[in-house]
Structure formats: structure tokens, C-alpha cells
Design a protein around this ligand. Sequence first.
Ligand code: B12
Ligand code: SF4
Ligand code: SF4
Length: 283
Amino acid sequence: MKELIKQEIIRYVRENENNYSNEIQAPYFDEPLVQFASATDELFRQYKEIIAPEHLTPQEVFNIAYAGEATSPQTVISVVLPVSEKIRQSNRSQKEWASDEWTLLRSFGDDAFIDGLNAHLSGFLNNKGYKTVEPTALKDFKKYANEQGPLSNWSQRHVAFAAGLGTFSINDGFITEKGMAIRLTSFVTEVVIEPDKRQAENHTANCLYLSKGTCKACFKRCPVGAITEKGHDKIVCVQRCYGEESQSRAKAIGGNPGAGSGCGLCQTNIPCEFSNPMAAVNR
Ligand code: B12
Ligand code: SF4
Ligand code: SF4
């Protein structure tokens, strides 16, 4: 089943027509990485302390989705969708705001395409008789804010960390073997699959600054000074990514103002944009 699920996700990303922008003349996403965590991994319980008590465990996801039924989730599937070269390249020269291509990705890649992938894989596994849920589609999924800024009760980056797909960084961005310019999605399922091993020494091992004290390239890329030695200021960042001007920019080029333009300057034109910079150091 492991290979079948991987191949189905890769096939969908390669063939689905919504993974192509006529305006950009390129796909939104390149070939994905897919890895697996055990639904009973101790980390999911620890996330209630590391993130917030509201953060859902895989069992809680199933309890919500299949209320009243006895369920036993086995595996969490995590998917890394690398942003395509043409879109990344367009954002590299930007100094203040996301490029038009990055903005269109935010409106049509993040929502329309990823939502389609989520519905497809859930349906694919449900049709084979395996209960499967994409947690951010649940009515109880929520985005909210605490004193540090916005967060959610199903953090795709923490799920990807559990599945051994990479680590966090000084700017909070998640660095995989295909870099940081990525999007993520995930599924909780009854399918029993051998979990992938976490290779990283700790939860920030792929960041050059946090591992070696070098780099800081993303500090200079941020147009609003949200990244410093102290980390990432989410309250400053959210305003740039999704504030009024970002919404008008999305609207002006036919995107969805509600989605905003995003920003992602700290994810492009940096050493961890499309590969893991610590892989070269550790070789
Ligand atoms: C809320 C949100 C935001 C907020 C806050 C981000 C944040 N840091 O949490 C704001 C609006 C600022 C934001 C901005 C952006 N976002 Co955003 N966002 C989300 C959202 C909806 C929820 C994130 C969440 O719940 N975070 C939980 C908090 C607690 O995470 P955290 O603070 O980063 O976690 C820290 C601690 O937990 C700590 N930690 C401490 N001890 C330990 C111990 C262990 C063992 C571990 C594992 C961790 C750990 O490590 C972390 C790093 O410091 C997710 C989608 C989703 N459902 O996950 C997308 C998501 C995180 N965003 C994404 C993107 C692409 C962006 C933008 C580039 C915007 C854009 N589209 O152009 C910027 C990038 C900003 C940045 N430098 O990271 C991607 C991630 C890409 C990546 N490589 O990381 C996601 C996953 C969306 C997606 N579906 O792909 N976002
Ligand atoms: S640009 Fe450098 S300092 Fe910033 S996250 Fe990437 S590796 Fe770390
Ligand atoms: S997404 Fe933009 S505003 Fe937010 S930290 Fe990165 S560069 Fe700064």
C-alpha cells in the first residue's frame, strides 16, 4: 500500500489539469515527496504541549470525523508539494511584495489544486474500504491566534516533521530535501504502513543558522524585518502576507482577495529554497 499511495499522489500531481497555470505557462507544483508517520507516534501527544492543547491528535481527528463509531487510525500521510521552478524564480528578484506568479499560486494552487488533491486521495482510500480524513477539511479545523500570532489546530509542518520529511528553521519555515519553497498537506488513515524514520538530529537541524551559526540569508530577504536572531515575528509577517495591500494585489491580477498574495520572499533566493543546505555540509 505504501508504494501504491505514493504513486497515486505523484500521478495526480503530474496529470491533474488544475496543476497548471495558463497565465504562468507552468505547473504550480513539481513532483511531491510522500512519507508516513505512525498515528500513535508519541510526538502527536507532545504537540499538545509544544503547540497548544487544542492541537488535534490523529485519534481526535477520527473521533470528530466518525463520531459515535469505534475507530483506530493507523497512519498519517504527509505530502510535500515543491513550488515549481518558474514560480520560485519569479519571486527571487522581488524585494517588497510577492511576484504575480507567487500570488496566483496562492489563489489557485493552494486552494483549488490542493483541495482537489485532498478530496481525490481521501476518496481513493475510502473507496478501497479504508477510513481516511484530510484534517483541515473537518468542521472542527480552526485557524486562530495566541499571543505569538496566528496558528491552527492541525499544523502541517509538525505533521511533516513527524513523518521525517525535514525540520523547522530560524524563520519557522520547514526545510525538506526539496527545500523550503513548498506547500504541505496530510491525511489520517486506517491503512497500516511502516512509518518512515526521522533522520534529523533535532527539530531545526536543516537550518544553516541554527546548526552552524552561518547564513542569515532569509533575514535580509524579509521586507518588514520579521526575521532576526530571536526568530520569526508572526504578527508582523501576517500583516505583510495577508493584510489589506496584499488583498488588493491579489484582486488586481484576478486572484482571490480573500487568499491575499502571500509573500514568501524568505523562501526564495536563499540557500534552502529548493534543497536541504545541511545535506551538503553533512556529506
Ligand atoms: C498560521 C499560518 C501562518 C501564520 C503563522 C506561521 C507559523 N509560524 O505558525 C503566518 C500568517 C505568519 C504564515 C505565513 C506564511 N505561511 Co503559513 N500557515 C499557517 C498555517 C495555517 C498554520 C500554521 C500553524 O498551525 N503553526 C503552528 C505553530 C505553533 O507553528 P510554529 O510556531 O512555526 O512552530 C514552532 C514551534 O512549534 C517550534 N518547536 C519548538 N519546540 C519544538 C519541538 C519539536 C519536536 C518540534 C517538531 C517543533 C518545536 O518549532 C516551530 C518553529 O519555531 C499553515 C497551514 C497548516 N494547517 O499547517 C500555513 C503554512 C505553515 N504556511 C505556509 C506558507 C507557504 C506561508 C508563507 C510563505 C506565506 C505564503 N503563502 O506566501 C509565510 C511564511 C512565513 C514563515 N517564515 O514561515 C506553508 C509552509 C511552508 C514551509 N516551507 O514551511 C503552510 C504549511 C501552508 C501549506 N499548506 O503548505 N502562515
Ligand atoms: S536562509 Fe539560511 S538562515 Fe534562513 S532558514 Fe534557510 S538556512 Fe536557515
Ligand atoms: S513571508 Fe514575507 S513577511 Fe513573512 S517572514 Fe517571510 S519575507 Fe518576512
